[in-house]
Write a protein that binds this ligand. Structure first.
Ligand SMILES: *[C@@H]1O[C@H](CO)[C@@H](O)[C@H](O)[C@H]1NC(C)=O
Ligand SMILES: *[C@@H]1O[C@H](CO)[C@@H](O)[C@H](O)[C@H]1NC(C)=O
Ligand SMILES: *[C@@H]1O[C@H](CO)[C@@H](O)[C@H](O)[C@H]1NC(C)=O
Ligand SMILES: *[C@@H]1O[C@H](CO)[C@@H](O)[C@H](O)[C@H]1NC(C)=O
Length: 285
């Protein structure tokens, strides 16, 4: 078994803002918008290039994803069963969005992937509303803690009530992780939880794992996301970490989207946006 490095191909939205803050609308709405417009595609450095037959199977997998996403928020399958060119893959949509939005996200994601050259037999896609992965071996039941996209909604100085905020954040994230891993209700592997910082300030949190890693592995995946947030988002009022099989997000304004249109909560806050891509993602190829 070889560990091969993955290189990420990223759309320009975030990097425009990253390098030139003046080009960006410094508001919370813009944080949400940029998050929704960020598509991250990872392609493992090929130890062996995909065959034509593998690519054909991959295209069939993408079409199947689009079809299935009109009715399911998670799907895992394989195309070309038994042959050396079998493609294994899954997609997941965020647990609070409706099927229409899920399908739109999967459609955009697979379009983006089809247009982006990847010679390899493994790849993964991350975005705010949906993610997917594929490989020449089954990905079911495992996750890779080294893949992540991290973004924070970040005020120049940290939250004013730092100690109280952090205390509430820690306990709320701990409970949302526990709920997603062991006790999610409607959508398997998905949970939200809120905690009060003060009478006027609430922290909204969301956690999700793909159902194939439910339980302890989900907890581990989310804990590693949590430690990324603790290191990178210390004092930020909102942040998100997206990983191949799990996601964790919090904010002091609600960002849930249970099938309804989003309310406009922009307050013209001064925010900047930071993205760290952790490279060195390894797939077992
Ligand atoms: C895979 O394909 C690329 C582009 O066609 C080529 O540059 C590369 O050498 C190939 N790699 C292997 C391992 O065959
Ligand atoms: C899909 O996931 C289930 C359980 O998580 C597993 O038993 C099944 O083999 C998977 N199917 C494929 C085609 O990978
Ligand atoms: C898909 O892409 C279109 C065109 O860029 C965009 O308007 C739409 O919001 C995207 N849909 C989702 C769900 O991301
Ligand atoms: C969110 O946190 C920021 C920074 O502390 C603060 O200015 C803002 O008022 C908070 N929003 C709410 C709704 O409490």
């Amino acid at each position: 078994m070889l560990h091969s490095q993955i290189t990420y191909v990223v759309t320009t939205y975030l990097f425009l803002c990253f390098f030139s803050l003046t080009l960006c609308d410094q508001s919370r709405d813009s944080y949400n918008t940029r998050l929704q417009n960020t598509l991250i595609l990872g392609c493992s450095t090929p130890s062996k290039n995909a065959s034509t037959s593998f690519r054909n199977n991959l295209n069939l997998l993408y079409s199947d994803f689009v079809l299935q996403s009109s009715q399911a928020g998670f799907y895992n399958t394989s195309v070309g069963a038994g042959s050396p060119d079998t493609v294994y893959g899954y997609f997941m949509c965020r647990g609070d969005i409706n099927h229409h939005l899920c399908q739109g996200c999967v459609l955009n994601a697979t379009d983006f992937a089809r247009k982006t050259p990847c010679e390899s037999v493994a790849g993964s896609f991350l975005s705010e509303y949906c993610s997917f992965g594929y490989s020449n071996r089954s990905l079911s039941g495992s996750y890779d803690p080294r893949s992540s996209l991290f973004a924070t909604d970040h005020i120049e100085t940290s939250v004013s009530n730092y100690n109280q905020f952090n205390k509430t954040l820690a306990s709320t994230l701990a409970s949302v992780i526990n709920l997603a891993a062991f006790n999610s209700s409607q959508v398997s592997g998905f949970a939200t939880a809120e905690g009060s910082v003060t009478r006027d300030e609430t922290i909204y949190t969301m956690a999700q794992c793909t159902p194939d890693i439910a339980g302890v592995k989900c907890q581990e995946c989310l804990e590693s996301g949590y430690s990324t947030l603790r290191k990178g988002a210390d004092g930020a009022p909102g942040a998100v970490v997206l990983m191949d099989k799990c996601m964790l997000r919090y904010d002091n304004v609600s960002f849930y989207d249970f099938g309804e249109s989003k309310s406009n909560e922009g307050e013209g806050l001064r925010v900047s946006f930071i993205v760290l891509l952790f490279l060195g993602y390894c797939y077992l190829v």
